[in-house]
Design a protein around this ligand. Structure first.
Ligand code: 5RP
Length: 226
């Protein structure tokens, strides 16, 4: 069956925006799915919605600014009421791989400050076991070879991300190492192991950060929550 993934992204995004409340702080994720949510929030702002938003990337910041969405510096807030973000893979028990767009570090910081983290996705993102999508890991350039070797000791193969001939540089000035661990049967342990490696500033395994996943499925939505 042919699935219209663009439509699935749109309906998931529109559903998530229903959770946006007046006078709240909203985290704005990054990517092609969140794009539709940000567009919709822009419409609601025109109709009088009052929120302040924390963007998770320079690209999201520019998009939000272009739509007249008021932004607030993340360091001016202690918590974020609701964040809407995307994912590259997710399992039904709310574990994610993120970072395909390279914004995982800011996304994880925003998620960590967020009370209600809603992930929106098309149905192609749902998997039984994480790991077909290579795990994005943000590393400081000085440590990249060391981190590659440490990843190898954990059974992974890491490669620095390139865009054409240039190394991809994150909004925080770091590299992304896309790491192939095969299917990740124990994401909690892998996450803990990666957290101990010097030079890794963030990785795309999001565990215990999500409160709800809204997935577009053909013309309807399916939600996953604890
Ligand atoms: C960016 C991300 C995105 O949320 C993820 O890549 C999903 O993007 P898209 O909605 O375009 O498929 O983690 O760092």
């Amino acid at each position: 069956m042919n699935r219209d993934l663009k439509k699935e992204k749109q309906i998931a995004a529109l559903e998530a925006v229903k959770y946006v409340r007046d006078h709240t702080i909203i985290g704005l994720g990054t990517g092609s799915t969140v794009y539709y949510a940000i567009e919709e929030i822009g419409q609601l702002i025109k109709q009088g919605l009052q929120i302040q938003a924390v963007p998770t990337s320079v690209s999201t910041q520019k998009l939000a600014e272009s739509l007249g969405i008021p932004l607030i510096d993340i360091n001016m807030v202690d918590k974020i009421d609701l964040t809407i973000d995307g994912a590259d893979e997710f399992t039904e028990d709310l574990k994610l791989i993120k970072g395909g767009g390279g914004a995982l570090l800011r996304e994880k910081i925003v998620a960590s400050m967020t009370i209600e983290e809603i992930i929106i996705a098309d149905s192609s993102k749902k998997v039984e076991t994480l790991g077909n999508f290579k795990l994005p890991i943000e590393v400081i350039p000085f440590a990249s070879n060391y981190v590659k070797n440490q990843i190898s000791q954990l059974g992974g193969l890491g490669n620095i991300r390139f865009i054409k001939d240039d190394i991809f540089i994150t909004d925080e000035g770091n590299y992304i190492m896309d790491a192939d661990f095969g299917l990740i049967k124990d994401p909690v342990t892998l996450s803990d192991q990666l957290n101990t490696i010097e030079g890794i500033v963030g990785h795309g395994l999001f565990i215990n950060l999500t409160t709800k996943i809204i997935m577009g499925s053909n013309d309807s939505i399916i939600s996953f929550e604890k």
